[in-house]
Ligand binder design. Structure first.
Ligand code: COA
Length: 315
């Protein structure tokens, strides 16, 4: 497949580190050197489905395709107000899709997992034009009294339209399954019979372990896939790395021995927007005209699961 349209949408409320320090024992001086984050967009009166719809419509407009020309829609989302139907169906109904819509929850690498499903459907002859929407509101997952997690995240949506082509050169998915390093539990409807614990627990994360996993998984994934494809780092024009933490991105850059100029970043004013992160970054730099035809983009992302993934895509 080939990326023929990108879009993104952000909540209007911008929350700075100083605003967080009004109710949390934290500071800009603590957050910036450890994460690179200065501010983030946080949902107030917006709905995540409206941000997803806006991002999708903007990607469709760029692609020149109408909603009814999309054959398959994959929505990457960790949490929405809808238990059912899937968020992809809710967004699809808003923008006039006529195709099947599926949701996936693969946490922060969700975009690359969606890209893998899209390419597989395309190669099987089951879909020609695919819409991927990554719509995330991690602010609704955090415990806002826990300074070690809530300062890291921001909300938003990104979307990509894929059409026919041979531009996806390779995708590699990786797992190191473990449900104790990043997790959150929601409470479900009570029943007269259920005997288990039904209490909600806000996002829990072992920050240092996640940091190590992220750097190791990303560098290993990228090196392995480039080698499998018979490519070298010299062939890579851009690394679109999940915007979780500037120090993680810096560590990946250093390990790979690659220059700053190949790593677009927007974490400073977005924070970690889970699977939306790579698609928002892609759209922002695409709209700045950064990517040229035949540029090689390497997407790399990692997160809960623990899951990671890499994709090599020719522009
Ligand atoms: N403000 C002020 N102090 C904070 C704080 C905050 N926002 N968050 C944590 N601290 C404190 C801790 O309470 C701890 O204090 P203590 O020593 O008195 O107990 C101290 O800072 C060190 O905490 P620690 O968790 O060891 O810090 P760290 O250097 O590992 O940095 C992260 C924490 C979260 C920034 C870092 O581990 C990280 O970035 N991990 C990756 C997280 C990530 O990107 N996850 C998403 C991946 S998809």
């Amino acid at each position: 497949m080939k990326i023929i349209g990108t879009g993104s949408a952000l909540p209007k409320k911008v929350v700075t580190n100083d605003m967080l320090s009004e109710f949390l024992d934290t500071s800009d001086e603590w957050i910036v050197p450890r994460t690179g984050i200065r501010s983030r967009h946080i949902i107030t009166d917006e709905k995540i489905e409206d941000l997803g719809a806006k991002a999708a419509l903007s990607a469709l407009e760029m692609s020149g395709l109408k909603p009814e020309e999309i054959d398959y829609c994959i929505c990457s989302n960790v949490v929405s107000e809808y238990v059912t139907p899937g968020l992809g169906c809710v967004i699809g109904a808003k923008i006039g899709l006529k195709c099947p819509c599926v949701d996936i929850n693969c946490a922060c690498p969700g975009f690359i997992y969606a890209l893998d499903i899209a390419e597989t459907h395309y190669l099987a002859g089951k879909a020609k034009n695919v819409l991927i929407i990554c719509a995330e509101q991690p602010s609704r997952m955090c415990d806002w009294s826990d300074r070690s997690t809530c300062v890291l995240f921001g909300d938003g949506a990104g979307a990509v339209v894929l059409g026919p082509g041979e531009n996806i050169k390779g995708i590699k998915l990786h797992s190191q399954l473990d449900s104790n390093t990043i997790w959150e539990r929601q409470s479900l409807m009570p029943t007269p019979y259920y005997l288990g614990d039904n209490s909600a627990v806000g996002l829990q994360m072992k920050g240092r372990e996640v940091f190590k996993f992220a750097v190791t998984a990303s560098t290993t994934d990228v090196e392995d896939l480039l080698e499998e494809l018979g490519m070298t780092k010299n062939d890579v024009s851009w690394y679109i790395v999940h915007q979780a933490n500037l120090r993680i991105i810096d560590a990946i850059k250093q390990y790979m021995g690659e220059p700053d100029s190949k790593f677009p970043v927007n974490i400073s004013d977005h924070g970690n927007s889970s699977s939306a992160s790579c698609t928002i970054l892609l759209d922002e730099f695409n709209r700045k005209g950064c990517f040229k035809e035949h540029d090689v983009l390497v997407f790399s992302a990692f997160g809960a699961g623990l899951l990671s993934a890499v994709a090599v895509v020719e522009w």
